[in-house]
Design a protein around this ligand. Sequence first.
Ligand SMILES: Nc1ncnc2c1ncn2[C@@H]1O[C@H](COP(=O)(O)OP(=O)(O)OP(=O)(O)O)[C@@H](O)[C@H]1O
Length: 249
Amino acid sequence: MTEPVLSVRNVSRKFGALIASNNVSLDLRPGEIHALIGPNGAGKSTLIKQIAGGLRPDSGEVHFLGRDVTALSTVQRARMGLGRTFQISALAMEDTVLQNAMLGALGAGRRPYRFFRPVLKDRDLREVAETALDRVGLLDHAAIRTSDLSHGQRRQLEVAVALTLKPRAFIMDEPMAGLGASGSKRLTGFLDELRHEAPILLVEHDMDAVFALADRISVLVYGEVIATGTVEDIRNHAEVRRAYLGEDA
Ligand SMILES: Nc1ncnc2c1ncn2[C@@H]1O[C@H](COP(=O)(O)OP(=O)(O)OP(=O)(O)O)[C@@H](O)[C@H]1O
């Protein structure tokens, strides 16, 4: 089997008496969308933070591109190519769309930045940012203030910022949240393509999107992965139906 790009190994994390991650293992393979689903408070965000670097596990390891990154910071992981979009927007609302994309490219740059040159005049950076905006369909909006974008367009911009990293893997935290039907359809089509460039760990409540996109799904309940499998496996999984889909199996 091909080596996973990202692998979470027996990760546990407590908050006081609460076990937010309970011996979680999962991996992300080349070319796949692996969806992480679970009820509110199941521990999805906590797990994502440990993968991205914002929170240390009490025990267990996170490996990325064959390297143990458990002790590395968020920035170090981002520089290795771990791209992330956020549940709550991390965009600078007063800045233009292009500025946000360029600052993303700058922040994640794997080369040292040349401080003598004003950021917005850096042609390389600008090109990286414009290419990313073009890919998500926002190049026409480059000069617009980010606060003037619709909610859906902001989510597209977040994906563009993540793209400027040239990521080797994506972590996406509820990218469909707040999008209308046409917005989520569009983003679904985009993610469908994007997986071939870099695999995506997708935290998402929109089950239509999850079932349409996921190669595999892991179900988290009370901090524990109770099942991992294909869409078909998960749909037919008795414990998942009971614990998550709220059905009498
Ligand atoms: N910093 C913290 N301190 C204490 N408890 C926390 C902290 N962060 C999360 N928790 C708790 O850990 C549990 C898991 O929370 P988490 O936000 O990871 O769940 P989630 O699956 O992402 O939920 P949602 O779908 O609502 O975003 C919850 O009970 C939450 O209250």
